[in-house]
Structures are given as C-alpha cells and as structure tokens.
Ligand binder design. Structure first.
Ligand SMILES: Cc1ncc(COP(=O)(O)O)c(C=O)c1O
Length: 377
C-alpha cells in the first residue's frame, strides 16, 4: 500500500469549470476571480475578499496595507511555515518569535505577553493544523496595545470558533489554496476583512499598482480628457504581480462547493485516527483535535522514538512529515532565533500523518495498525 501525506481532490467538476474558462478565452485576472471572491466572502462571513496567487502574497500584502515604519516588530509563532515570517521581512519589519502552547501548539499567549515590547506593531496568529488560537483572549490583549492582528488561516477553511469564523477575528485573514490545503486551486490565496476601507488599495497592490476599479472606462472616445479613455490607468501605489487568475478561480469555485463535504470527511478520518491511536503507548496526538468542531488541514502525533517510527512507516508505504522545524532554528532567521525553547525541543517528536479528502477509513486503520506495530518493534 502507498499512502500519500497530502493529496488534492480534483476531478470532473473542476475540469468542467476550466473548460468553461477556456470557452470564454479569459484565463487571466477577470470576472471569475471576482465571482470567487464574492463566494469566498459569503462563505467566510467577511465583508470583502480579494484573490491572490498564494497565502504568501496575502500575508505580504496584509502587512503592507498598514504601512508600518521600517524596523517595527511583528510577533509571529516559531512553529509555522516560512511564509508567515518572510512576509515580515518582505516588509522590512522585524520578526519576534513566540513559543508554542505545550498543549495546542498554537501561539503561547503567555510567551506572547513576555515577548511584547512597545516596538511591536502587529501579531500574526497561525491556526496551526487548523486548531483555533484562543482569539477571544488574544484580540482584547492586542487591541489594548494597538496591535494589528493578521490571522494566518492557511491550515483552516470554514471553521467557526466561539460563534465567529476564523479569519474574521483579526483585521485581516489570509487563506491558502496551495495543493496540500483543505481546498486547492493549484496555488492561490484569499485575503478577507470586515473593514473594506483597509483593502482600498489592495486590488492595486496585487496587480502591479494598477487599480482596475479606477480604470476610466470610455464614455466618449473622442473626449479630450485623458481620464475618459478606457485604456488609461494610474499607478499610485507600489504593487506586485500577485493576482489570482480566472483559471485558478474556476477551480476554486468548484472546490468551494465540495469544501463542506471534504471537511466532513476529514473530520471522520481524524475521529477514526483518534480512536485507533488512543491506547498506543509512547504516542500522543499532536494537539487535542476536535474534529467535530473544526476543520483540520493536518493530523499528527508526538512520538518518543520519532525517527525510527517514521522509517518503519515508510517501509509500510506510509508517507509522513514533520511540520515544522521551528523558524527560530532556520539559518535565515538566526539573528532573531533560538528564542522559543519549548517548541525548539518538542518538534523533534512531531510526525505528520496522511490526511486528505481522498483518504479512506481503511487506510487510516492501516496507518494506526502500523503505528501500533512500529512502536512495539
Ligand atoms: C501556516 C502557513 N502559512 C502560509 C503558507 C503559505 O501558503 P501558500 O503556499 O499559499 O503561499 C502556508 C503554506 O504551506 C502555511 O502552512
């Protein structure tokens, strides 16, 4: 048996949407992106959504909208993908790494408090694996200190936490549609906010500074006033080539329709993992998964003999991973590193296990039985 760690679930519905885009011969930034943005905003209960080509781009632009003074500090978890912290560097800001909560592995709010200084301007909680950061505690704390809050929602989609959708607790929420995520457009991302004023320049910033909404549509081509010309545009802000395109949005619309069913299946798989793993000595789950409350992009365990178990699982055809080596240990971040002792040690016990919408309950049973066998060996 060969079991992949992650796998996108795409098929006929996505192909049909791509076909329609081909028939329209419009595959760049266009009306399908706008349609997907509207649907994503409605789904995530946000006032505005803007499509970009990755969550990395979304995180970069989310910070850029605030125009923080160069050298200001941004609080980020150490246990995250590179993009959360590279977004800080792209903006000429300084990352301050925060340790993980020993139970949930989300940002440790006590360490957050310790790491905060008056130079901090923002905090970027990551809902690690899909498990919510306690936003009801983080938000008032951040507001008291006038910190902007950017939620990195790359591991979640469609989760409601204490009555409010993840991604809409902070100032901006950033989602990923990269191929390993809860739904995928190949690559893609979405920024959401309930403060549309904040996004007034984001459409221009995602498309090399050209604000399409400001395009002066031609009323009378003969007018002497240049602003009446359909081809005329102004560049007022520094922008990037970060737009989503209609091909990705076409796939996204099909995936969004399937997302509730894919999330429900992931929940069933995690429930089955939890049941299969509960009595295995030397093994605990990565965090207290609540599959019937939240959608999770990742599932994993902590194991005493991590490396041996990973090799054993590989021999059984089971792909595994480790998410992540904490960023504070990465050479790029050395100037701000070695500052999160708990996760810098504990990540050596992490194993990410297969989880995707195409996985079957039989395959989960095969994995849990292999883990039981591997820990006995
Ligand atoms: C926590 C986190 N943030 C951001 C990203 C970046 O997402 P993307 O690949 O869409 O740029 C990822 C991707 O793996 C991620 O896991």
């Amino acid at each position: 048996m060969n079991i992949r760690l992650f796998k996108p679930s795409v098929g006929e519905e996505e192909l049909e949407m791509i076909r329609q885009a081909f028939d329209r011969s419009w595959i760049g930034l266009g009306p399908t992106v706008e349609e997907f943005e509207k649907e994503w905003a409605a789904y995530s209960e946000a006032e505005t959504a803007i499509g970009v080509n990755s969550a990395t781009a979304a995180l970069h632009l989310a910070l850029a909208t605030f125009r923080f003074p160069e050298g200001s500090k941004v609080l980020v978890p150490s246990l995250t993908f590179a993009a959360t912290a590279t977004a800080v560097l792209y903006n000429r800001l300084v990352p301050v790494f925060v340790d993980s909560d020993p139970v949930t592995l989300g940002m440790d709010l006590n360490d957050l408090e310790r790491k905060y200084t008056a130079e901090c301007v923002a905090v970027m909680p990551v809902h690690y694996a899909g498990h919510p950061v306690p936003m009801e505690r983080l938000m008032p704390w951040a507001r008291e200190r006038s910190l902007k809050v950017i939620e990195d929602c790359a591991h979640t989609a469609g989760s409601r936490y204490k009555g409010r959708m993840l991604g809409t607790w902070g100032d901006v929420g950033c989602f990923s549609f990269e191929e390993k995520k809860l739904m995928s457009t190949g690559d893609g991302g979405m920024m959401v906010t309930n403060d549309p004023e904040l996004f007034k320049e984001v459409k221009a910033m995602r498309w090399v500074g050209i604000d399409k909404d400001n395009w002066k549509t031609a009323q009378r081509y003969t007018a002497a006033d240049k602003s009446a010309m359909h081809w005329f545009y102004e560049i007022n802000v520094l922008g990037y080539k970060y737009n989503m395109n209609d091909l990705a949005a076409s796939i996204g619309l099909a995936q969004l329709k399937k997302l509730p069913a894919m999330n429900a299946h992931r929940s069933a798989l995690i429930a089955s993992y939890l049941d299969g793993l509960k009595d295995i000595p030397g093994i605990s789950t990565l965090l207290p998964f609540e599959p019937h409350a939240y959608s999770y992009q990742m599932f994993g365990i902590r194991a005493d003999k991590r490396d041996e178990l990973m090799v054993f699982l590989k021999s059984k055809g089971i792909a595994t991973g480790c998410h992540y080596t904490p960023l504070s240990l990465q050479p790029l971040f050395a100037p701000w590193g070695h500052s999160t002792p708990y996760v810098e040690k504990e990540h050596q016990r992490f194993i990410t296990l297969p989880l995707h919408a195409g996985l079957t309950l039989e395959e989960v049973r095969y994995v849990t039985e292999a883990i039981a066998e591997g820990t006995r060996a």
